[in-house]
Design a protein around this ligand. Structure first.
Ligand code: AMP
Length: 295
């Protein structure tokens, strides 16, 4: 476990792996009593890449104990095929996390998180569940809330780190935290990108080499919006952006510009209010999402 020595240096011991909630809870409770270490939590679905590692780094900068979880949550997949094809690289993930200096890894089974026979809660997410990802992936954010409420209640971290790459998810989880009145500080970590601009994603490994070349169009389209749209009605720039994506081989679910604070539509932008462009599109069978703040 990474702990502070008297000289303030970080001493790195091996990462500890937990599969069982009770063991993890006991460990954290004992640890809290002995040391006054702040805990940082990084939830993931595995198939880790540098984007995930940037969340680990952000946690290490803030907290003395970094806990990562890997759990492919079946309840947040509205598309069965997407769930079945979701990449699983547990062994290499463990090595990556150890190398990055994560302190604890929680690797539960589905029954550990969702004990059979126990009914699932329904969360009041309101507007966020009706738009963009919420609209195109019915039930997705209920699944996210169901797993996040369990993980946050179990781990009870001081800090939570999630990626801007999943912009709407960050807003949903912030809303969940306030609904449950959890004493955790939320941190949004900027999106890590490949050199051609493509946002790193576990799903990128499912792109064939031809698709991988086309894939960067999603980021260049967002960059186009950012450089050309400075205010007024977003509809004309969104029409061109849509065409750009389709010409590059994408089938677009949505491309939108919204208020960054709550994702309400911007009918006419004053150029000052914080705004974000968001996109979800398919290359073949692979659905990618990305977003870019416009100011
Ligand atoms: P996932 O494993 O896809 O559920 O992602 C776990 C966490 O990593 C989420 O908070 C994501 O937003 C974040 N994440 C995924 N991709 C990136 C990226 N390219 N840059 C930064 N964070 C990311």
């Amino acid at each position: 476990m990474g702990s502070r020595t008297g000289s303030g240096m970080r001493k790195t011991l091996k990462m500890i792996l937990f599969k069982n909630s009770a063991d993890l809870r006991n460990f954290l409770e004992k640890n809290r009593k002995i040391k006054e270490l702040k805990t940082g939590f990084v939830p993931t679905m595995g198939a880790l890449h540098d984007g995930h590692i940037s969340l680990i780094r952000a946690s290490q900068a803030e907290a003395g104990l970094t806990i990562c979880s890997i759990f492919v949550n079946p309840y947040q997949f509205d598309d069965r095929k997407d769930f079945e094809k979701y990449p699983v690289n547990t062994e290499s993930d463990i090595l990556l996390l150890e190398k990055a200096g994560a302190d604890l890894l929680f690797l539960p089974s589905v029954d550990e998180i969702f004990p059979p026979g126990k009914s699932l809660e329904k969360y009041e997410i309101g507007y966020l569940e009706t738009i963009l990802e919420g609209r195109y992936r019915p039930g997705h954010y209920q699944g996210v809330c169901q797993v996040m409420s369990r993980l946050l209640t179990l781990i009870n971290p001081d800090h939570l780190f999630m990626g801007q790459k999943d912009f709407q998810q960050c807003l949903v989880v912030k809303q969940l935290i306030s609904l449950l009145k959890l004493p955790v500080q939320f941190h949004t970590v900027p999106t890590s990108r490949a050199p051609d601009g493509l946002a790193l994603s576990s799903r990128n490994s499912r792109l064939d080499p031809g698709q991988r070349k086309q894939a960067a169009a999603i980021a260049s389209t967002l960059a186009y919006i950012k450089s050309t749209f400075h205010g007024g009605d977003p509809a004309p720039v969104l029409r061109i952006a849509h065409q750009k994506l389709e010409v590059s081989g994408y089938k677009t679910d949505y491309i939108a510009i919204a208020r960054a604070q709550d994702l309400r539509p911007l009918v006419s932008w004053d150029g000052k209010e914080k705004a974000v462009a968001l996109v979800a599109a398919f290359l073949g069978e692979v659905r990618l999402i990305d977003n870019m703040l416009l100011n």
